[in-house]
Design a protein around this ligand. Structure first.
Ligand SMILES: C[S@@+](CC[C@H](N)C(=O)[O-])C[C@H]1O[C@@H](n2cnc3c(N)ncnc32)[C@H](O)[C@@H]1O
Length: 411
């Protein structure tokens, strides 16, 4: 069995052309295809389907797996966990081919270089004819990597099973149940109130099938969001500085936890604030499984961002695809309170998709650039970073792209 990983099903032809150039010998009709977005469902898949790139694979099952050139992986713990997973899925003696970029491009954009991949796999491998793929032979095991992706792969389908649990208990959802879910990871013991917005996210039976796609969105997003937050943290803080971070509207806390797990950052406390009871339940399962490393360091607040009660000053506060959900009449004070709770030198990070006709979902809630910056500009100067590479850009270059906007509070 052979598998090809690509960014999106639409990249299939480009990837096959790239592989032909690399003179990798393939029979396209017998390839199983997995995509980072736009793929559905998990293992097993057939040749007429496109599987999701983050579904677990059985160990020792493939003679060859190829990670194509459209799959841009930041050199981070998350992608180490991803590549380790693929390596484990290859039979001993089989091969894993991974594309890489030049040393200069790797340094500029944060992707894998040949040297980085060689160090990761502990072998030189063989380079393809076009010099853009390294072919690694499966020999033994790779060390475990601390990453949320590892937990996710072991708990594939967690959103679906958690939703089914919640639906089964729907008649008994009360404050006591919610408190029991949240207590172990609460920032402080407090009385929780179930607000309608917390229940809004409970799916109906008919929507359950969509949950795997949503899980894939969360899983895939952690890969680039945690890598770019790490890059931003390294830009604005000293290497040994202990950091307290909050991720507002952070879903199940995957990005916040991934920040905690990054060994080259000193994140001492990471908080996720989200309003979804379903996601809080997923978080509580992750928290229970990873308790040893998360206890007293990771906290989840089931509360609307606009009501978040800051317990102390923080170094980095992020809103990733979440500020748009704060009611507009509360946006200014929500940002103002976050800003006030940053310590001097701390940073506010905002990542929003900008309103465009190409988005059907949440179109009415999305910000235009002018509107978003109207809220941010009074706070401080805005720096811009791409969300596809570790590169700072100018405001003009950012246009209507989904970029990271970073504002630093004066020392
Ligand atoms: C589009 S998702 C983004 C999740 C995550 N930040 C990411 O980038 O993958 C938006 C998240 O915001 C949460 N959310 C929506 N309204 C909220 C509010 N008023 N307060 C807190 N969280 C909210 C949702 O439950 C959801 O998890």
């Amino acid at each position: 069995m052979r598998a090809l990983y690509l960014s999106h099903p639409g990249k299939r032809a480009d990837e096959l052309a790239f592989l032909a150039q690399a003179q990798v010998d393939l029979d396209p009709d017998r390839l199983l295809i997995f995509a980072q977005s736009g793929g559905t469902g998990g293992w097993p898949i057939s040749t007429d389907q496109v599987g999701n790139a983050y579904c677990p694979l059985p160990p020792d099952a493939f003679t060859e797996i190829i990670v194509g050139s459209s799959v841009r992986l930041f050199a981070s713990p998350w992608s180490k966990a991803f590549l380790r997973h693929l390596y484990k899925a290859v039979v001993p003696g089989g091969t894993l081919a991974v594309s890489f970029v030049s040393d200069a491009e790797a340094a500029r954009k944060g992707y894998w270089s040949l040297a980085g991949l060689r160090a990761l796999f502990g072998q030189d491998g063989e380079c393809s004819r076009n010099g853009q793929l390294v072919i690694i032979t499966r020999e033994g095991k790779l060390p475990k990597v601390d990453s949320v992706l590892d937990w996710n792969l072991r708990n594939h389908g967690i959103l679906l099973t958690t939703a089914v649990d919640l639906l089964a208990n729907r008649s008994t959802i009360d404050e006591e149940l919610v408190r029991d879910i949240c207590r172990p990871m609460a920032l402080r013991e407090h009385r929780l109130t179930i607000e309608p917005i917390m229940l809004q996210d409970l799916p109906q039976q008919s929507q359950l099938g969509e949950l795997l796609d949503r899980e894939a969105y969360f899983n895939g997003g952690v890969g680039y969001k945690s890598a770019l937050l790490r890059h931003i943290a390294k830009r604005y803080f000293e290497a040994d500085q202990p950091l307290r971070v909050i991720d507002h509207g952070g879903g199940s806390g995957f990005t916040a936890v991934e920040m905690l797990l990054q060994r080259d950052l000193q994140v001492t406390k990471a908080v996720c604030c989200d309003v979804s009871l379903l996601l809080a339940m997923v978080t509580s399962k992750m928290f229970a499984d990873m308790r040893e490393c998360l206890a007293d360091r990771f906290f989840f607040e089931l509360t609307p961002i606009q009501d978040f009660d800051y317990d102390e000053d923080y170094d980095l506060i992020s809103f990733l695809g979440s500020l748009l959900y704060v009611p507009r009449e509360d946006t200014e004070q929500t940002l103002g309170r976050a800003w006030d709770s940053l310590r001097p030198g701390g940073v506010l990070v905002i990542h929003e998709n900008i309103k465009s006709r190409s988005y059907t979902r949440d179109y009415d809630l999305m910000f235009t650039v002018e509107e978003l910056e109207g809220f941010l500009r009074p706070l401080a100067h805005i720096d811009y970073y791409l969300s596809t590479a570790t590169i700072q850009i100018t405001k003009e270059m950012s246009g209507t792209k989904s970029v990271f906007r970073v504002l630093q509070k004066a020392d």
